[in-house]
Ligand binder design. Sequence first.
Ligand SMILES: CC(C)(COP(=O)(O)OP(=O)(O)OC[C@H]1O[C@@H](n2cnc3c(N)ncnc32)[C@H](O)[C@@H]1OP(=O)(O)O)[C@@H](O)C(=O)NCCC(=O)NCCS
Length: 246
Amino acid sequence: MPVADDLISRTFRGLSSHISAARGRDPATANVSSLEILLTWPGVQAILAYRLANRLRRSGVPLLPFAVSYLSRVITGIEIHPDAEIGPGIFIDHGSGVVIGETAEIGENVTLYQGVTLGGTGFQSGKRHPTVGDNVTIGSGAKLLGPITVGHGAKIGANTVVVEDVPPCSTVVGNPGHPVRVDGRKVEGPDADWIHLPDPLQDAVKSLSARIKELEKQVAELSGSEQPDVEEPDGEPKKGRSSAGG
Ligand SMILES: CC(C)(COP(=O)(O)OP(=O)(O)OC[C@H]1O[C@@H](n2cnc3c(N)ncnc32)[C@H](O)[C@@H]1OP(=O)(O)O)[C@@H](O)C(=O)NCCC(=O)NCCS
């Protein structure tokens, strides 16, 4: 029965590639058997369930693909739409809270950590989820929203919110996500330091304050009166608990 043989050998090849992906990227697999990974690694189970749901969906089977996807979500906490396109070698570490939307496309050897969302930005239809290139790593809690493209080899930091395209081989962090490394080199330029942006309002107030002080000095000299002793603000933001809470 060549068809059955082919199916069995393809199934085994699929299983072993998912287990190898886990072994290659999760140090916790070091002293664990392949059977243990298969039975207890939610990321591996969710991808296997997705492969089944995706195949059923492509074959036009009703209901079952969504039932498989739903059951997988209940067991693993990972939700993958059966119509998403996912390449070989994907590994989802820990997994819980991962959401991969209907029109998401994922390349080869991609690593996702727990809490990653590949989602849409609203209620649009058509292509509305991200396209992720090969060898991309997406850190825990990162949200990638809209039909953006993440270039090959990019790294997205934990908790980053990405709403624009990500260049290949870059590291993107923060909210909104912005590149801090491209090809391993620090991003330089006037817009690179997002923490220490210039404050034109504060600069204007400082300049006005200096001019008023000068004018007061001249008035005091002309009128023969004493210059008023006014305490100058230091211009630094007040530290301490925010009135907005937190
Ligand atoms: C982004 C990441 C992949 C590191 O990538 P990298 O290319 O090696 O970059 P670096 O570590 O050199 O960091 C680059 C800069 O981004 C900053 N950075 C790194 N991760 C960040 C994050 N998640 N949020 C904000 N800033 C971050 C670093 O402090 C560094 O700042 P600097 O330019 O001022 O030095 C890594 O920090 C990360 O977030 N990995 C996700 C891991 C994860 O989710 N683990 C869960 C395990 S359960």
